[in-house]
Design a protein around this ligand. Structure first.
Ligand code: SF4
Length: 250
């Protein structure tokens, strides 16, 4: 089986402006990599994003294929102004961009307005991992709550953008309720994945691996999708490499 990894499953190239991310998710792969390669001294440092002036001052050029922005930080109230300058620059020269974010409703409203002329070049991929705000608070410390994320999706959809959702890592026992709640507003795909056991920390990690990410349960879930969902939903569902690389397919 060919293994596929991370962002290159979704895009040909990626763009980032900051080192660090105030969302400070417990399962953040970028944070673990930054610590491992001494780009940060402690995990705590991750929650304070630092702008890369070098990237920010780069000139923009049209690149082949689709780019993804951002992948190792997020569009937050603190980073928004820089992110929008970057996005407009990338779009102005004709790039196609997949915007990935745990969306903040107020920011998404502003963002949709600011990049409206480039609508055809953009697809949003909103990360929504649970409908339960307590779980979101635990795993994704400072990221927006469920309502803010769902409202963002509805707004971008209503504004005529291409919309998709990533439910990776799913934090509920089953992502089905979440899928049922959002699929109407997704013009494109809905991705489902699990947490990487090597890159996460927290008291609830053991629980989630022992109770939720049990191979037999994941297999059952996937089987249930094909029985329970009509084709209109089924054709949007995609399994992330974190599940496919276990040999499970839809
Ligand atoms: S939003 Fe993404 S980059 Fe930011 S901490 Fe969470 S996983 Fe890491």
């Amino acid at each position: 089986m060919t293994k596929t990894y991370g962002v290159y499953e979704w895009a040909d190239w990626r763009y980032n402006l900051f080192k660090g991310c105030s969302n400070n998710c417990r399962y953040c792969y970028a944070k673990f990599m930054a610590k491992r390669f001494d780009r940060i001294k402690s995990f705590d440092e991750w929650r304070n994003p630092v702008l890369s002036r070098k990237v920010y001052n780069n000139s923009f050029k049209k690149r082949k294929g689709r780019g993804m922005f951002p992948t190792t930080h997020d569009i937050t109230p603190y980073t928004y102004a820089y992110c929008i300058t970057m996005l407009q620059g990338l779009l102005r020269v004709g790039n196609e961009i997949l915007i990935t974010t745990k969306p903040n409703f107020h920011l998404i409203k502003m963002l949709c307005k600011a990049i409206k002329p480039y609508k055809k070049q953009v697809q949003f991929r909103f990360t929504i991992t649970s409908m339960d705000d307590k779980k979101l608070e635990y795993w994704e410390e400072n990221a927006p709550n469920y309502k803010s994320r769902k409202d963002s999706l509805i707004h971008a959809f209503g504004e005529g953008f291409k919309t998709s959702v990533s439910i990776e890592p799913y934090l509920d026992a089953t992502p089905m309720y979440l899928i049922n709640d959002i699929y109407l507003y997704c013009t494109e795909s809905i991705w489902i994945g699990i947490m990487n056991p090597k890159y996460n920390y927290g008291l609830r990690s053991t629980h989630i691996y022992n109770e939720v990410y049990v191979r037999a349960m994941i297999e059952d879930l996937v089987e249930v999708y094909s029985i329970a969902y009509p084709n209109t939903i089924l054709k949007k569902l995609r399994l992330k490499d974190s599940i496919r690389n276990m040999g499970i397919s839809l």
